[in-house]
Design a protein around this ligand. Structure first.
Ligand SMILES: Cc1ncc(COP(=O)(O)O)c(C=O)c1O
Length: 417
């Protein structure tokens, strides 16, 4: 809709401005034509506010967010302690300098908190802005530290959408239009012991998701993960574990690697780490990280990485997970969902903690189920690389009653598919 500007100049009266903003706020036209689109079929619900596990549209409709905004809102939306921490930081300072120059209280406290939570060899955090950037930094760090160029990644993996992170992602359909990508990247099958022979003393690093998320929740064996660690040790290659989707309590431990009895050389986190604000990190031993400071100096730089407001949000998020003991009930809640989601059309459920892939016989049925559930106010969603399933990854704070109500809606959505 076009509203003519006022006759003299371009200054709207407040009444005109009110009308203009009122019609624009949730305009599909503005969204579809003036915000870049990522597909021909966006989810297209309007959100006015969010609280806990719920999203609310301007007409008052309530949606249960069973995907946590794709693995972000693990402690729910707008947790009061997170909002409070953000407000306190806003009253002190916002951005003051690019990453790595000034000493600021909140990034310092966040880095120190991570030292307390992680094994001793993961003691130095480089804060960045997103998951893709965390993986970019990690890959550069591995090349710089080892002086090697070969990167080994896994088929069906997803590590991000920038050139470097896309280069190590396994989905060929998503990559081919953007070649040439990074050279010297080799792909192996995830969870295949035999393929580990490709890790040699030419390999700078192996990058893998501890649990493959967008491949439809693929869970490796303990034996496999230990073998990956062993091959990396024997060849002096670095192991990068991407916990951008599966970290931050999603699997029932703060980090998924804890369940496999191994420690990566570099850990990447983002998504739920920020509690709803954009922040990621790649984390390693100081002796490895230190190589980014010389030859060349400023080996990785970022203006907004470690933004103090995002750090305040991340710090409060870690504190909430701890204070509210959120990890202890993850497995029980996961089991409850698995028990309730019994339906003849469900072919398989793959689950770790509160991270689910629910498989059907066809992508078309998945689409119908997701759409039916949306109409009834429950949000499930697709995977990037596995069209026959949908994801469920609710906020860890979801209650048993909310689980039962959501599962009833999903079962009805499947009935009507
Ligand atoms: C495992 C994994 N790695 C990396 C990324 C990229 O993170 P971002 O979208 O913040 O760049 C994602 C995003 O879905 C992911 O799931």
């Amino acid at each position: 809709m076009f509203i003519a500007p006022p006759s003299r100049g371009f200054i709207f009266t407040s009444a005109q401005l009110f009308i203009v903003l009122g019609t624009m706020q949730y305009s599909e036209d503005v969204f579809l034509n003036h915000i870049a689109q990522t597909s021909g079929a966006p989810f297209l619900i309007s959100i006015e506010r969010a609280e806990g596990i719920y999203l609310y549209s301007p007409d008052g409709k309530r949606y249960t967010d069973l995907i946590s905004g794709i693995a972000v809102s693990n402690i729910g939306h707008r947790h009061p302690k997170v909002v409070d921490a953000i407000k306190k930081q806003l009253d002190k300072h916002l951005h003051v300098m690019v990453f790595g120059e000034y000493i600021q209280a909140t990034p310092n406290l966040l880095a120190r908190k991570l030292v307390d939570l992680l094994p001793p060899s993961l003691n130095c955090s480089y804060f960045v802005n997103s998951g893709a950037e965390a993986n970019e930094g990690a890959l550069k760090l591995a090349k710089r530290y080892t002086g090697r160029t070969e990167i080994i990644s896994c088929r069906k993996s997803y590590h991000g959408s920038t050139h470097g992170s896309l280069s190590v992602s396994g989905n060929e359909i998503k990559k081919s239009a953007f070649r040439p990508l990074l050279p010297d990247v080799k792909f192996i099958d995830f969870n295949s012991l035999r393929d580990l022979e490709h890790i040699t003393d030419r390999t700078a690093c192996v990058i893998m998701e501890t649990i493959q998320g967008d491949a439809g929740v693929r869970i490796p064996s303990k034996e496999y993960m230990k073998a990956v660690r062993k091959y990396c040790d024997e060849t002096d290659s670095l192991l990068i574990l991407d916990e951008i989707q599966c970290g931050m309590g999603r699997t029932g431990t703060l980090f998924a690697f804890e369940q496999f009895g191994i420690v990566p050389d570099i850990l990447t986190i983002a998504k739920a780490f920020g509690g709803g604000l954009p922040i990621g990190a790649f984390i390693s031993d100081k002796k490895i990280m230190q190589t980014l400071t010389h030859d060349p100096m400023l080996g990785h730089i970022t203006t907004f990485g470690g933004n103090p407001v995002c750090c305040a949000s991340a710090l409060a998020t870690l504190q909430v997970i701890e204070d509210e003991n959120l990890l202890v009930s993850v497995e029980r809640k996961g089991k409850l969902i698995e028990k309730l989601l019994q339906h003849k059309h469900i072919k398989e459920i793959r689950r770790v903690g509160l991270m689910f892939a629910v498989d059907f016989d066809s992508a078309e049925r998945v689409n119908r189920v997701v759409e039916n559930a949306k109409k009834e106010g429950v949000i499930c969603y697709w995977f990037l690389s596995h069209p026959n399933s949908f994801r469920i990854a609710p906020p860890l704070i979801i209650t048993d009653d909310q689980i039962e109500e959501s599962c009833r809606v999903i079962l009805k959505a499947i009935d009507n598919s």
